[in-house]
Design a protein around this ligand. Structure first.
Ligand SMILES: Cc1cc2nc3c(=O)[nH]c(=O)nc-3n(C[C@H](O)[C@H](O)[C@H](O)COP(=O)(O)O)c2cc1C
Length: 188
């Protein structure tokens, strides 16, 4: 069974570091195997604050930006949210992007890779996991926090993980594959 994994870049600001972290996540997922990996950049989707009249559960979208986002998420079987921590919280742009949709997320497995200072973005990961669960996703407990992540980004802008980070990512993908395989059968 081929599972489609969407790695979502959760930050949108100019000069953001999220893409460097997300590139590592996507490469680690490809190296592990078992997933067809797609990198989705929230900045590229350019979603405004929720501007649809109907509740997302109805999937009656009026705007091209929502329809495009909906199609990208509907195509995936599993997600890794790559999120920074802003003021001990998940970025507003990421919360908004999740709340713009509903059915496209349901009965799918999701994991969170968070990055930040000493906390590794764990507080952001926890609030985000709460939201994902509320919307019907299986937000698995196996995530990867990346403390002092900026020290792992070289002059070339590439994120270089250490052995513990790679090990954590491997465990996360193994669990994500189990859950997303089981949930795919449930959706079918
Ligand atoms: C508005 C804002 C709030 C932040 N709050 C936190 C925080 O609560 N914890 C933390 O570890 N880092 C915090 N930082 C620092 C971020 O970890 C760092 O800027 C990181 O690069 C943000 O991810 P991004 O570059 O993908 O936007 C904050 C940064 C910004 C811009």
């Amino acid at each position: 069974m081929t599972l489609k994994l969407a790695v979502i870049i959760g930050s949108t600001r100019p000069g953001r570091k999220g893409p460097a972290v997300a590139e590592w996540v996507a490469q680690a997922a490809r190296a592990q195997g078992g997933f067809e990996v797609d990198l989705l950049d929230l900045a590229e989707f350019d979603l405004p604050l929720l501007d649809e009249a109907a509740h997302p559960v109805m999937a009656k979208y009026e705007h091209a930006h929502t329809k495009r986002w909906s199609a990208a998420i509907a195509a995936a079987d599993a997600f890794v949210f790559v999120t920074p921590e802003y003021d001990y919280f998940a970025p507003a742009a990421l919360v908004n992007a999740v709340q713009c949709l509903h059915r496209e997320w349901r009965y799918k497995a999701a994991a969170v890779v968070s990055y930040g200072g000493v906390s590794g973005g764990l507080r952001s990961a926890q609030v985000l996991r709460g939201l994902l669960g509320n919307i019907g996703m299986m937000a698995i407990p196996q995530g990867v926090p990346l403390p002092f992540f900026a020290n792992h980004i070289g002059e070339d802008g590439v994120f270089i993980a250490n052995a513990k980070m790679d090990e954590g990512a491997g465990l996360m993908f193994t669990e994500l594959a189990k859950w997303s395989g089981a949930l795919k059968s449930l959706r079918d």
